[in-house]
Ligand binder design. Structure first.
Ligand SMILES: [Ca+2]
Length: 447
């Protein structure tokens, strides 16, 4: 039996993209851009490690998924996660954020001796009541809010929103590149220390890319144009969108190179996923729906990991899993237990990373928005939207067009009961929970 010693514990680089859709990357069937491959670094990472085809986000919208990522638990357990999503109106709130006393991925790892940093987006409540340094990170560089301009680093409220620890920092440049550079800096500092026998590290690398506004590295002039509405409803196209993903991909390439140069690549678990399904320029093929939807396009996202010491190259897994399972996996990889009074809902995928076959994993979701419910159990999915119930055989029809609800009432009733039983085990949706949509059908036609 393998012995886990402090010296063998892996470093963790946990990369989260923002609003990246299921098929936006080449390795998920995405089309090449006009300039060539959109995501050569991530495609190569998938080839060196494992790529999941049935990996889900805990929510089809940003901050709820991030609550689950941080806690390893269904986000519905926390009041702040009922906001779809947390927005600038939450500034000053003492309830709409990740509670300081709640065990988190970084706080549990830090208590076990890890050095911890968040480089990138937080989106889990505003200071003075909340913040990354209060929830287990030693270091933080990035925005606190859900979306900022890539050049002015201002949020939708107009407030400048770029921080170094607790201090506001005015930096110049394209945010994706600034985030990549800070990530490389952290790895270089930590790897040097580790070479001297120091602690392993957790780097949470939460890009804002490829979230709106639709700005590439060459679009600094657009910052003034979108200042009053970061949703950027008059802008963007697939070419800009491809480049935004590509800038992130280049940055991840620099991060992987830094790990290699410093000699720590072999025993570093690098994870890549997205916080929710794709937005308006995203490619979710063959799935339907996107951000805010519990159809597959809103929740099925890229899931890639590499860890040369453990994961064999070229693995593809159809394991059913959701964001909080990554949290459980990272804790298991580090040999760290969850807090007894906050047991995980997430399940470790360590055996899958080592090459074991898929296991049964039942997954639940709910959304205040449009009264959505979903349950994935085996090949079947129960879905409710706007009061309509559907039953899909996802293995046969992942596009969710062939509705079995009218043909298999027994299965529909059983899955509805299962969902209701699970829902009863969670706190109810608070009456004052809010849903925020930046635009509607009057701004752009729906299909
Ligand atoms: Ca998002």
């Amino acid at each position: 039996m393998a012995r886990t010693t402090a010296a063998q514990r892996p470093n963790i680089v946990f990369i989260v993209a923002d609003d990246l859709g299921y098929a936006d990357l080449g390795c998920y069937g995405g089309r090449p851009a006009a300039f060539g491959a959109v995501s050569p670094v991530l495609d190569a990472m998938a080839a060196r490690g494992i790529r999941f085809t049935q990996g889900y986000s805990n929510s089809p919208v940003c901050s709820p998924t991030r609550f689950a990522l941080m806690t390893g638990r269904y986000q519905y357990r926390l009041r702040g996660a009922a906001e779809e999503p947390i927005n600038s109106r939450s500034r000053g709130s003492a309830t709409l954020g990740l509670p300081l006393e709640h065990p988190s991925l970084p706080s549990l790892l830090r208590a076990a001796g890890y050095r911890t940093a968040l480089v990138g987006k937080w989106h889990l409540g505003y200071p003075p009541h909340f913040g990354p340094l209060r929830s287990g990170y030693d270091e933080f560089f990035g925005p606190m809010s859900g979306g900022v301009d890539y050049f002015s680093h201002c949020a939708s409220s107009g407030a400048h929103d770029l921080w170094q620890g607790d201090e506001e920092v005015h930096d110049t440049g394209y945010l994706t590149d600034l985030i990549s550079q800070r990530a490389v800096d952290f790895i270089e500092r930590m790897a040097d220390k580790r070479a001297g026998g120091s602690a392993p590290f957790l780097l949470s690398l939460h890009y804002t890319a490829p979230h709106w506004p639709w700005e590439t590295r060459d679009d600094a002039a657009l910052a003034a144009e979108v200042r009053d509405n970061l949703f950027h409803l008059h802008g963007g196209n697939i070419h800009t969108y491809h480049r935004m993903i590509h800038h992130m991909d280049e940055g991840i390439g620099r991060v992987l190179a830094a790990l290699a140069v410093r000699g720590v690549l072999e025993n570093t678990l690098v994870i890549f996923t997205s916080d929710n399904g794709g937005e308006r320029f995203s490619d979710n093929w063959p799935l339907v729906g996107g951000k805010m939807d519990l159809t597959e396009g809103g929740i099925r996202v890229p899931w890639i990991a590499q860890w040369p010491a453990v994961i064999a190259p070229g693995c593809v897994s159809a394991q059913h899993c959701m964001t909080m399972d990554w949290t459980a996996t990272v804790l298991a990889a580090a040999g760290v237990s969850a807090a007894a009074d906050h047991p995980l809902d997430g399940v470790s995928l360590m055996d899958v990373l080592r090459g074991a076959p898929e296991f049964e994993r039942v997954l639940h979701w709910r959304m205040n928005h449009r009264g959505q419910r979903a349950l994935r159990h085996g090949r079947w999915k129960y879905l409710q939207v706007d009061g309509h119930e559907y039953l899909f055989d996802i293995d046969a029809d992942e596009r969710e067009r062939a509705n079995h609800a009218g043909r298999d009432g027994e299965r529909l009733a059983r899955m509805r009961e299962d969902w209701l039983r699970w829902n009863d085990s969670m706190p109810p949706i608070p009456a004052d929970a809010t849903v925020s949509l930046g635009y509607s059908v009057k701004d752009m036609p729906q299909r």
